[in-house]
Design a protein around this ligand. Structure first.
Ligand code: DAH
Length: 342
C-alpha cells in the first residue's frame, strides 16, 4: 500500500500540466471520484488497523498535493491567457488619442478683447450685481416714475412692488461707481443683463453688455467720439468707420446711437445691414447732469460721457454669426471653431 502511494505520488509530480486538456485529464485521473487517489482511499480498509492511521495521513497529504498542483497549474494557465489577450488588445503602433482641450466661449473672447482695448487707454474694470433695485436700474438713471421709457426695457421683476428686478442694462454699474468713488472715473463694465423677450435669432432674454463711463473735469463729446473711433478700429480693423446718430436715452444728453460700417459688405450694402452699409453696436451720450447729481457728483464741476454696447452684437459682427441662439446651445461644432483664437 505504501509503495502504491509513493508510485502515485511520483507519477502525479511528473504529470504534464501545460494546457486545459492536460489539466482536465489530471483532474479525472487523480482527483475524480473514480480516480487513483479515491481508489487508494477505498483500499484503506484492507490496511492493518495499527498502520491505518499513518497510511491515512500519507494518503491525505497525497490528496492535498494533487489539489495544490492542480490549482497552481490552473492559475498559471489563466494568467498566461490574460497576458496574451492584453498583448493582442494593445497595438503599440496606433497613434495616441489626442487630449481634447476645451475652448473659450466666443463671448468670453470678445469681452476680454473689449476690456483689453479699453485698458490700454486707462480704463479699469468694474462689476455690479445682476439682481438690482429700481433705483440703480431706473430712478438714478433719470427714468421718471411711470414714464414710458421704463416700458422700453421689458423687465423681469423679482418683487410684487416692482422694487427688485433683474438688471435690464449694465448702466446700473455706472450709478454704483459714481455713488462710491470720486472722479476722475474711467471704467469699463461688462456683465450679464436680462429682458423679458421672446427668444429668436436676433433677441434673447439673457445677454451681455459692456458699459463705459468717463467722468472728469471738462470731458466733452469730442472725447466720446475719439474713444469710440479708437475702439472700433482696434476691435474691427483700421478701415472701420463710426457714425453717431442722434437718439434718446433718459440718462444722457445729448444721446447718440453708435453705428459702424458693415463688416460683411464693407459698406456696399447687404442684408445684414439692411442695405444701408451701417450696423448699430450701441448707445452713448454725455451723462445727464441729473444723473451725476443723483449719484453724488457735482455737475457744475464735472462732466462725463457714457456708452453701452451689446457683446453678442459685437461678436456676431466680428465672427459673422447670424443666429444669437448659437451662443447658448453649447454645440461643440460651433464652439470648436473658436479654438486658437486668443
Ligand atoms: N443702457 C442702454 C441700453 O441698454 C445703452 C446705453 C445707451 C448705455 C447710452 C449708455 C449710454 O451708457 O450712454 O439700451
Amino acid at each position: 500500500m505504501v509503495e502504491k502511494i509513493q508510485q502515485v505520488a511520483q507519477e502525479l509530480e511528473a504529470a504534464a500540466l501545460n494546457n486545459a486538456s492536460e489539466l482536465e485529464q489530471f483532474r479525472i485521473a487523480y482527483m475524480g471520484r473514480k480516480g487513483r487517489i479515491a481508489d487508494l482511499f477505498d483500499n484503506l480498509k484492507q490496511v492493518a488497523p495499527e498502520q491505518r492511521r499513518q497510511v491515512g495521513q500519507e494518503l491525505n497529504s497525497l490528496k492535498n498535493r494533487a489539489q495544490e498542483r492542480f490549482d497552481q497549474a490552473q492559475e498559471q494557465l489563466a494568467s498566461a491567457a490574460a497576458g496574451n489577450a492584453g498583448e493582442q488588445a494593445f497595438d503599440f503602433s496606433l497613434p495616441p488619442v489626442p487630449n481634447t482641450l476645451g475652448t473659450r466661449h466666443p463671448l468670453s473672447l470678445v469681452r476680454r478683447e473689449i476690456v483689453r482695448i479699453f485698458e490700454r487707454i486707462g480704463f479699469n474694470v468694474s462689476e455690479g450685481p445682476e439682481m438690482e433695485d429700481d433705483w440703480h436700474n431706473f430712478s438714478a438713471l433719470n427714468f421718471p416714475e411711470n414714464h414710458p421709457a421704463r416700458e422700453m426695457q421689458d423687465t423681469f421683476f423679482l418683487s410684487a412692488d416692482r422694487q427688485q428686478l433683474l438688471r435690464t442694462h449694465t448702466s446700473t454699474v455706472q450709478v454704483r461707481l459714481m455713488e462710491t468713488q470720486k472722479p476722475p472715473l474711467r471704467s469699463i463694465m461688462p456683465g450679464r443683463v436680462y429682458r423679458n423677450e421672446a427668444i429668436s435669432a436676433r433677441a434673447h432674454m439673457v445677454f451681455h453688455q459692456v458699459e463705459g463711463l468717463y467722468v472728469d473735469k471738462n470731458v466733452s463729446f469730442a472725447d466720446l467720439k475719439q474713444t469710440l473711433y479708437y475702439f472700433a478700429k482696434e476691435m474691427f480693423g483700421q478701415d472701420t468707420q463710426v457714425r453717431f446718430r442722434p437718439s434718446f436715452f433718459p440718462f444722457t444728453e445729448p444721446s447718440a446711437e453708435i453705428d459702424i460700417t458693415c463688416l460683411i459688405c464693407k459698406g456696399e450694402g447687404c442684408n445684414i445691414c439692411k442695405h444701408t452699409g451701417w450696423v448699430e453696436i450701441g448707445g452713448s451720450g454725455m451723462v445727464d447732469p441729473a444723473v451725476l447729481e443723483s449719484s453724488g457728483i457735482d455737475p457744475q464741476e464735472y462732466s462725463g460721457f457714457a456708452f453701452g454696447m451689446g457683446i453678442e452684437r459685437i461678436t456676431m459682427l466680428k465672427y459673422q454669426i447670424k443666429d444669437l441662439r448659437l451662443f447658448t446651445e453649447n454645440d461643440v461644432r460651433f464652439l470648436r471653431q473658436f479654438e486658437g483664437v486668443i
